[in-house]
Design a protein around this ligand. Structure first.
Ligand SMILES: *[C@@H]1O[C@H](CO)[C@@H](O)[C@H](O)[C@H]1NC(C)=O
Ligand SMILES: *[C@@H]1O[C@H](CO)[C@@H](O)[C@H](O)[C@H]1NC(C)=O
Length: 387
């Protein structure tokens, strides 16, 4: 067992010398109008593919949330097996099952993590499911310890759970990652950072939704740096702060993966002549990147595209609709930041929201491809795509 663990660590340290591109895939994209299924994934684009999501039962067992889609039983669609079979096309690809997500809530996880017997049940049922479907690890996406009907003890229990889960995974040559909050107050309450650093192979910091439809003004949901007029708590709501805070509290930079939203955040402006950050507005529905970029492309005359002073990220407005998003330039700048700050790499939420059909750009998955190219400093990916 110790030998295997040593091999895992060696493999990890080798793979970490190159930047990771961690890509979540929304399983429910297979049911949406613009259907995106496993076969739409380019297996040579991301280093890590994360299947979102599995859940847990009230007894703490891992649970398959959409068995008809994910399993083969009863004429099911076998999405788990088709997903992990992408490794046949790219043997270096790491396929991970992500457990949790916003919709799962926090309470069941809080209960499970607090109870040694339930933790055992979670870990043993998880290991069995991973092996049955040939996954290479777990991404723990508990949103969030101590929050949303969690309890103060979650902070300690989360680390205990991660330690036991990491031991079980590493013994089988698998890895453990976690998706975590970018918010200072949640980080303070929820995470024992040195403890997590000991157990996690990668930390996916969800540096998006930093502003959103709950704000009664417009702003960017994933600014790399603070905006000149940010004051108080808003000074913390940017990628640079979140990443540095995790590092300051003890997370090694080379385990940190910086998150990138491939969707917009949108508001309806109170007054269409006031469009700068902090203009009064009411939150409204957001778009997937592939549909938003297509709208911009088809109606270049109606949209006004801008960047706020001192910021890198674009926003666009049309009459009263105001949306922040990411483009080729802003993702390159963030990937470059990850590289320069010796981070592990970048994460996207999510692969299926990029321009996967190449309707906006002269190639598919332009935003993810741009980040990978920036890491490698070459057009290698583009070449492998053409092959
Ligand atoms: C991205 O948006 C910024 C801000 O509007 C703009 O300066 C830049 O040219 C855009 N990049 C591309 C590739 O369109
Ligand atoms: C990476 O992005 C930075 C910032 O936009 C840019 O200066 C640099 O040229 C890019 N490198 C590559 C290889 O694309």
């Amino acid at each position: 067992m110790r030998f295997l663990a040593a091999l895992v660590m060696l493999a990890l340290s080798l793979s970490l010398t190159e930047s990771v591109m961690v890509c979540y895939v929304e399983s429910w994209a297979a049911h949406r109008h613009e259907k995106f299924d496993v076969e739409d994934i380019d297996p040579n684009l991301c280093t890590h593919l994360l299947f979102a999501f599995a859940g847990i039962t009230s007894d703490g067992e891992i649970s398959v949330l959409d068995p008809q889609h994910e399993l083969c039983d009863n004429g099911g669609d076998c999405a788990f097996d088709r997903f992990t079979a992408l490794k046949k096309q790219n043997p270096e690809l790491v396929t991970i099952l992500s457990v949790g997500g916003w919709a799962e809530g926090s309470e069941k996880y809080s209960k499970m993590a607090a109870d040694p017997a339930m933790r055992k049940v979670f870990i043993s049922t998880s290991m069995a499911l991973l092996k049955e479907h040939d996954f290479d690890g777990i991404d723990m996406d508990w949103e969030f310890p101590t929050q949303r009907n969690g309890m103060p003890e979650d902070k300690e229990n989360f680390v205990t759970l991660m330690g036991e889960l990491a031991d079980a995974l590493h013994a089988e040559g698998m890895i453990l990652t976690a998706a975590v909050s970018p918010s200072k107050y949640t980080i303070d309450d929820a995470y024992d950072v040195p403890g997590l650093a000991e157990h996690l192979d990668l930390l996916n910091v969800m540096t998006y939704n930093l502003h959103g439809d709950w704000d009664n003004y417009v702003h960017h949901q994933s600014g790399l740096y603070p905006y000149k007029d940010d004051t108080g708590n808003n000074k913390y709501l940017n990628n640079d702060f979140a990443i540095n805070y995790w590092i300051e509290l003890g997370m090694p930079s080379n385990k940190i993966v910086m998150g990138m939203p491939l969707y917009t955040a949108c508001w309806t402006l109170d007054d269409p002549s006031q469009t700068d950050y902090y203009s009064p507005a009411e939150g409204t529905y957001s778009f997937n990147y592939y549909e938003f970029c297509y709208n911009l492309k088809m109606h270049p005359d109606v949209w006004v595209i801008k960047t706020a002073e001192g910021m890198n990220e674009p926003y666009a407005y049309y009459e009263k609709l105001w949306c922040c998003y990411e483009n080729h330039t802003s993702v390159a700048i963030k990937a470059n930041y990850a590289k320069e700050h010796n981070l592990a790499g970048m994460m996207v939420w999510s692969l299926d929201l990029d321009d996967y059909q190449g309707k906006c750009h002269d190639r598919n998955f332009d935003l993810i491809r741009t980040m990978v190219e920036n890491f490698s400093g070459s057009d290698e990916v583009q070449k492998s795509q053409r092959r």
